[in-house]
Write a protein that binds this ligand. Structure first.
Ligand code: PBG
Length: 343
């Protein structure tokens, strides 16, 4: 190809001849006009704050792989929930670090009405009834093998897991949870949870489905946070989605909505913006993303090294979710962003 021989296209033309009278930079010229034409906006109302709970009193432990994130004992968590409510954060999602001695093959501790997660819900609701509490219906914090289901002869058994998760959901609702968010990707869990909640009189407790949860490397730091890191053998590919698939992700959403999900979630977030956009376009349902631990860690690590402006990267990453069609985002940045947005 002879580049030299081609005439330079615009060498002899004025810019107006090329663009007509159209100048896309016009609206970008000043802060006021940029604000005026901004299409999407992140607000405090978009935030859900995932938090880690640990046994004990007055305890807060740093999570090494998530700088700035701590595990809190129930008493401290209740205080943080008050702070979150004051900042205007609509909801909190709790994840427990369960004592090793309480873990077993079936995750039976999830059926203890006074387990860590249910005690945390009660304490938060007592301290701040006005904040939404979202609990995870999955077994992984409670199993000795770190899987989200009951493991029998090397297989995660679906239906037995679903029955247990549905029972756990009722206990979580009884403790005061407003939204049950099962993250385990078992088939039929949404319908089973809906039936169980309704039968127990919890018609008003909502279900946020982790409808498209992908088998992902980005969950690494979370597993340190809840202490399942060393326990998990193998991977979760027999129940989480293949990260190459988008049609299958839509089938998962369709199924969960048919079973009664009120809201759907895409997880992880930033590497899956295409899934979010497609989900919103196809189903027009309340759609959420989980900006997971690894996404948080990447931004924080780079910021700590001075390689990028952490605050700007945080805001830009969250804006991306709104642009992709999210109604809200689960993010470990929630209190920091909320404080920032409120000035
Ligand atoms: C498992 C669960 C995971 C996360 C929350 N619940 C994934 C996993 O450990 O496989 C990940 C959250 C995060 O990475 O921030 N049910």
């Amino acid at each position: 190809m002879n580049r030299i021989a081609r005439p330079l296209p615009s060498a002899s033309r004025r810019v107006d001849e090329i663009t007509g009278s159209r100048r896309l930079r016009r609206m970008r010229k000043a802060d006021w006009s940029r604000r005026l034409v901004q299409e999407t906006r992140l607000t405090v109302d978009d935030l859900i704050w995932p938090v880690f709970v640990v046994e004990g009193e007055n305890r807060h432990e740093e999570v090494a792989a998530m700088p700035g994130v701590t595990r809190l004992s129930v008493d401290l968590l209740a205080r943080e929930a008050e702070r979150a409510a004051k900042l205007g954060i609509p909801a909190i999602a709790t994840f427990p670090k369960v004592e090793l001695a309480l873990k077993d093959q079936t995750g039976s501790e999830i059926l203890n009405p006074d387990n860590l997660i249910n005690r945390a819900t009660r304490a938060i609701k007592e301290a701040v009834p006005e904040i939404g509490v979202i609990t995870d219906g999955a077994l992984d914090p409670f199993t000795s093998h770190g899987h989200d289901g009951i493991l029998r002869e090397g297989i995660i058994v679906n239906d037995e897991t679903v029955a247990q998760v549905a029972q756990a959901a009722v206990l979580q609702a009884a403790a005061g949870a407003d939204i049950i968010a099962p993250s385990d990707m078992m088939d039929g869990r949404i319908g089973a949870i809906r039936d169980a909640l309704d039968a127990a009189g919890f018609q008003d407790v909502a279900i946020m489905s982790y409808a498209t949860k992908f088998a992902s490397a980005f969950y690494g730091p979370y597993r340190e946070a809840i202490g399942t890191q060393g326990l998990l053998k193998g991977d979760k590919k027999t129940y989480y989605l293949d990260h190459a698939n988008t049609d299958e992700a839509m089938r998962e959403i369709e199924q969960d909505l048919a079973e009664g999900a009120d809201m759907v979630m895409v997880k992880p977030g930033l590497p899956y913006l295409d899934i979010i956009r497609r989900a919103k376009d196809e189903f027009a349902m309340p759609t959420f993303a989980y900006q997971v631990s690894g996404e948080y860690a990447m931004i924080e690590a780079a910021a700590k090294n001075g390689w990028l402006d952490g605050e700007k990267a945080m805001l830009e990453s969250l804006a991306a979710f709104k642009r992709a069609g999210c109604d809200g985002v689960l993010t470990y940045f929630a209190p920091r962003v909320a404080a920032l947005l409120r000035g």
